[in-house]
Design a protein around this ligand. Sequence first.
Ligand code: GLA
Length: 710
Amino acid sequence: MDYIRLDGAKSTFVLDTSGNGIPYCTYWGSRLENSAVLEHIHISKAVPTFPAGLDAPHRLNLFPEHGTGFRGKPALLGHRNGKHWATLFQFKNVVRLDNSLELRLLDPAAMLELILDCQLDPDTGILRRRTHLINLSSLPYQLEYCAAAAIAIPSFCTELLTFHGGWTGEFMLERTPFVSGIKLFENRTGRTSHEVFPGMIAGSPGFSENSGSLYGIHLGWSGNSRLFAEVIPDGDRQIQMGELLAPGEVILRKLERYTSPWAYAGISGAGLNDLSHSFHHFIRKKIMPDKVYTASRPVQFNSWEAVYFDHDLKKLKALAAAAAALGMERYVLDDGWFHHRSDAARALGDWWPDSEKYPQGLAPLIDYVNSLGMSFGLWVEPEMVNPVSELYRQHPDWILNIPHLPNLSARNQYVLDLCRKEVRDDLYAKLDLLLSTYNIAFLKWDMNRTLTMAAHNEQPAYHRQTMAFYQLVDTIRQAHPNVEIETCASGGGRIDFEILQRTERFWASDSNDPFRRQTIQKGCSLFFPPEITGSHIGPAESHTSGRVSDMLFRAQTAFFCHFGCEFNLLEMSVQERQQLSQYISLHKYYRKLIHSGRYIRLALDSQQRNGYGVVSSNKEAALFCVIQLNIPDQVSARTIRFSHLDPDVTYRVKLLQPLHNSIEKMLPNRNRWFDGFDLPGRVLLDEGLSIYMPWPGTGVLIEFVKSNPP
Ligand code: GLA
């Protein structure tokens, strides 16, 4: 038997390549001893032939296909004018470079070559997989679907955690049984989407934050996607994900190749926190450029919910002065700055400063911001055009559409056809001019509508548009390597591992309502670390929900993320200003720990409380936040148990001020809580702390530092 073994620090992945066909995974779990006999593991996973089934046993391999008699949803769908729809690939060879494999297969009858890339990241244990399909025939091959990865899930994984949501409600979680049939998610929005984040987790019964065997999978792709979890009629389970292709979107001519997006998979034997840690670690080490972690992430001011389209230089400067006085470090000028942009119905495409609002261009504002010691950021939405714009007047034919169908507008805008070189060149020239003329450190790159009937020369162009968008961002980054980019799409509509290869942070949601944000950020934290999650203190009354919340709650909610403010700083009470300034100082003091430590979600009653925090790698320091979401049913429901602290370390426990009055009033010995007292780690882990938080929308920040008794 032939096996290929990939080892990480904590995990091992073994492929059996001895058959003639597509290899399969014989083991993927915690790190095996070097001496482990792989043949014995193979024997231990006997696959029978069933009385009413095929005469040959069937194992779920890396890329299940029709030609093996597979009865589930295959990894490849396509045909050549009705033929060659059932493939049977033969294993040719494997090219190995360290922990990266390139498995080559051929179907000589269908004249198709298949290449499966499979890489195990040794540090984090994250497995990356993708697929290439090459047409070797002179007859075109009509590709309908090609999985990036198919992952066999063991039958003990009987539960699924999946995502749903919408605008201002991204990353909502749903826990369901993993039962017969298919749980299918398809995203046709042409961006990663608010509705269907392309990720899911399968796990053993009752899995929780700190227990259970889990398989977590994500598709790194900012376009249409399909992912599904299937219990196949014989009981095998699989998860697949790949790009969702429109009919006729990919037709491979001779020697043309389709390459799927990358799928990322992680495993854990210790629950969701452990799984998240692998993904966070992978993003920090393998996706984000190193330089992101050498400097602190600047506290941002963003103008959007402060002034919207009402740009007045005097007021914008006053806001800059207020932001700097409060200790903020970056000033982002959001929508409303460019030629004739007075509302959301006009001007997208005309990327030069509005001459009435900015008669001398942006320099007076940027220079002022810089003179206050802050860097400057600018909002753009390059892929879009309003029908009321210079660009559209000149080039009405530059949009994605099908001529005989209506041009559907959304937020009064159309999508530019980035498959056209002249469109990309025009956008590049405009962005390059802005970045070359002004001292811009940061771009907030927005995308405020979905793609509908996205056609280039009448053919579906979702895939090409996504690739062209990446190309445009890449070209800008090459020319301006020091400019950081934020990915935003009406909030969190374009967040995935592929866009993160070219952006430094994402805007998680257009909802700054802290109640809503608590839920959004919790879902988001399953795959993404907090420091790349943009989170701002918005106005007291949320403009997306109408809910009113106080400064402390808003600040606590943004505190662990890439922190910022997005409201009129000129209209604050004295108390609010004081609390905000204290929170900005606290954030700066703790951000190194927050942005490098291990992020932990606490296993609390989620109807009542949300708890999360960060523990340093040596476990000598930690900071946790616990938020009360509802009015507690009982006074005694107040225990907060912590996790991932060291049981053998004695910690100095301290509640950070300022604290909500409603909590402080009900806290016996409050001065001791503020000064700090010592507790063994095992008390915090086994019994926790007891803090009564009677009001919803209030919270506590608790510091733990290794105590050094004299
Ligand atoms: C989108 C973004 C917001 C803001 C507006 C500006 O909705 O998500 O943060 O930038 O556009 O129009």
